[in-house]
Design a binder for this molecule. Structure first.
Ligand SMILES: [Zn+2]
Length: 356
């Protein structure tokens, strides 16, 4: 970039400048939508962040961090479309970067994790669904009919229109039904829950000390590197968080009979297999949306299998899980995915996944 521009920017922002990436995005998005760079079939903004130290004069050095919109391919290499986030006199030394990039890192986390684009609540809150008006305690009602019912017009005029919204949606030019769920996240998050429910059960059984070794061995057998460890000052066990392919290996191949009693293992194995089938159907562009929803409902119904009898009696049959064990992604799997399939069957929900 031209040194004069650098000087000008420094003069205008003072000695060091930090700008909010969220605010710049809010400013840029309407024009990106006008240019049709962002639209309902391309609602995801990809950003490239670059950092560089440069000598402004022989003695003065500046560090500048900029970002560019990857979707805006035509101008990707034109400096006037590189937006400055951080600029300070000095060098790219770790501690300085640590301080100057604090806001940026915080904002990137928010953008990545909190679904900040629609200014929505965290998944643990009472009103957790971006698409419908369900409350947490209505999770178990399988006769309900939750469809995409929120309307961006209402939020645009007043973001408190629906309970659970605390901020004006950043991308309020995109209609609610055009916010698609990423199929990969559906698989990752639900598999996480299925796995942690099994771990919880093993811990409850009192055999966790023995089971840890067994689990690591079984993971080895199916080709997954896996560890347990305890954080300092904590007696809670943490374990390796798995990547996509490893999670699929666990979902498909982990022999639950190594850690659970055989009948119990079979019951849970069926739940895992059925979920794996749903995930395959989700990725298949020929899947019929209505059939998908009824299969997903049947799966959730099985997930909620109640216990029969008294735990003290010999004929007691232990059920599976409780309504509070249902996660927001399970809700989306059962109630909204079929609608996305129906609306977007032209190109398949896969086009919206962040992974190829
Ligand atoms: Zn919903």
């Amino acid at each position: 970039m031209d040194e004069n521009i650098v000087e000008t920017v420094i003069n205008s922002v003072g000695k060091a400048g930090v700008r909010s990436i969220k605010e710049i995005l809010i400013f840029l998005i309407p024009s990106l939508v006008r240019k049709n760079i962002l639209n309902s079939s391309q609602p995801i903004i990809s950003i490239r962040i670059s950092g560089d130290g440069r000598n402004v004069s022989r003695k003065v050095k500046h560090v500048m961090i900029t970002f560019a919109i990857l979707n805006h391919k035509k101008v990707l290499f034109s400096p006037e479309y590189h937006y400055t986030l951080i600029l300070y006199p000095g060098s790219e030394e770790y501690n300085t970067l640590d301080i100057t990039t604090r806001l940026l890192r915080e904002e990137l986390w928010q953008l990545k994790n909190q679904g900040l684009t629609i200014g929505f609540n965290s998944p643990t809150s009472n009103y957790f669904c971006p698409w419908c008006l369900i409350k947490k305690n209505q999770h178990s009602d399988l006769d309900a009919n939750w469809t995409i019912s929120k309307n961006m017009n209402n939020l645009r005029n007043n973001y408190t229109f629906y309970s659970g919204h605390h901020k004006k949606p950043l991308f309020d030019m995109i209609e609610i039904e055009n916010y698609l769920v990423d199929e990969l996240h559906v698989m990752l998050r639900i598999t996480d829950r299925l796995w942690s429910l099994v771990i919880y059960e093993v811990i409850e059984s009192g055999f966790f000390d023995i089971a840890r070794e067994v689990i690591i061995k079984e993971m080895q057998r199916i080709g997954v590197r896996f560890q347990f460890w305890q954080e300092r000052d904590s007696n809670k066990w943490s374990y390796t968080s798995l990547m996509e392919q490893e999670k699929l290996k666990v979902l498909r191949n982990f022999n639950l009979e190594t850690i659970l009693e055989p009948t119990r293992a079979k019951v849970i194995r069926k739940l895992w297999d059925d979920f794996n089938d749903l995930y395959s159907a989700l990725k298949n562009e020929y899947t019929d949306p209505i059939e998908f929803q009824s299969a997903a409902k049947a799966w959730l119904n099985y997930f909620l299998t109640p216990s029969i009898g008294n735990p003290e009696d010999s004929d007691f049959i232990k059920g599976l899980y409780r309504p509070v064990d249902i996660t927001p992604y399970m809700h989306v799997l059962v109630w909204h995915i079929w609608e996305f399939m129906e609306k977007y069957n032209k190109w398949g929900i896969k086009s919206f996944s962040c992974s190829p």
